[in-house]
Design a protein around this ligand. Structure first.
Ligand code: CIR
Length: 266
């Protein structure tokens, strides 16, 4: 795939979904208390504002009470400038979210495909860089799904590589992000994985692994509140930052990337 400068962080549009009250029953690996829908919606409002301030036109979809985790719109779809792909999330309670987001994809894109076959891919396992798309195998993304997705991306002119997400990590991007301009932010385990070849990797300082999930949006990097060492490392690398509260999302294993689909149109 030819290097497409800015593919991974130059965006014009985003799709988000307002958290439902049922997010209090959202999936989580470790129980740290139930998130409050009301507080989550306040944090979500700040998130949407930050995306708009970064220059994006944001479509905010209504809450879906039947899907407690549906505000994490990154998982049921994947967006590229030329079209979107409806994915098949790899856990029972989220399976229908692909169908639920389809109408929004159809509104935004002329071309929308569905993940072929019967395998599963969560968008949280997909890291788009400017010259390759990494797909992490995880408890949510299986081999069949990853291969079918890689083949589809290949047919659209993109190079995809399938990697093993380290044990105990929910999604590939739970533990790494692109800061753009060839720089990766990653936990130590991810940094040592070899997935990033000779790219520059900034390691998340000890005790701040949650902060590995940031998003570069045009000229700023959105960083979760409460991780001062990671914030300092990103700033020291020359990036402008915006700090956002993600306390409620974190209670159900969600981070900044999970809360939006970001893409560039036209
Ligand atoms: C889940 O377990 O599916 C949600 N509670 C959190 C999803 C986070 N999504 C992401 O990392 N892309």
């Amino acid at each position: 795939m030819p290097h497409r400068a800015g593919l991974s962080f130059r965006f014009t549009h985003a799709i988000t979904r307002t958290p439902a009250d049922s997010v209090s029953r959202g999936l989580r690996a470790v129980d740290a208390g139930n998130p409050s829908g009301e507080t989550f919606r306040k944090e979500h409002g700040l998130y949407v504002k930050a995306l708009r301030d970064a220059g994006l036109a944001v479509e905010v979809l209504p809450p879906l009470e039947n899907y407690p985790d549906s505000c994490f719109v990154e998982d049921p779809a994947f967006c590229l400038p030329e079209g979107a792909i409806q994915l098949r999330p790899g856990t029972e309670s989220r399976l229908g979210e692909g169908r639920e987001i389809r109408a929004a994809l159809d509104r935004q894109f002329g071309k929308v495909a569905e993940l072929p076959g019967s395998g599963h891919v969560d968008g949280g396992d997909v890291l788009m860089l400017d010259d390759v798309i990494l797909i992490g195998l995880s408890a949510r993304t299986d081999k069949d799904g990853a291969q079918a997705f890689a083949d589809l991306l290949g047919a659209w002119g993109y190079r995809a590589e399938v990697c093993d997400t380290p044990e105990g990590v929910l999604h590939f991007k739970t533990a790494c992000s692109t800061l753009g301009d060839g720089v990766i932010l990653a936990t130590t385990v991810m940094a040592e994985s070899g997935f990033f070849a000779d790219r520059r990797v900034i390691e998340v300082p000890e005790g701040e692994d949650y902060a590995a999930n940031v998003i570069r949006v045009n000229d700023v990097v959105l960083v979760p509140e409460g991780y001062p060492k990671t914030l300092a490392a990103i700033r020291a690398a020359g990036f402008d930052t915006v700090v956002l509260p993600t306390h409620e999302a974190r209670k159900v294993d969600g981070g900044l990337s999970c809360l939006s689909l970001r893409f560039s149109l036209g």
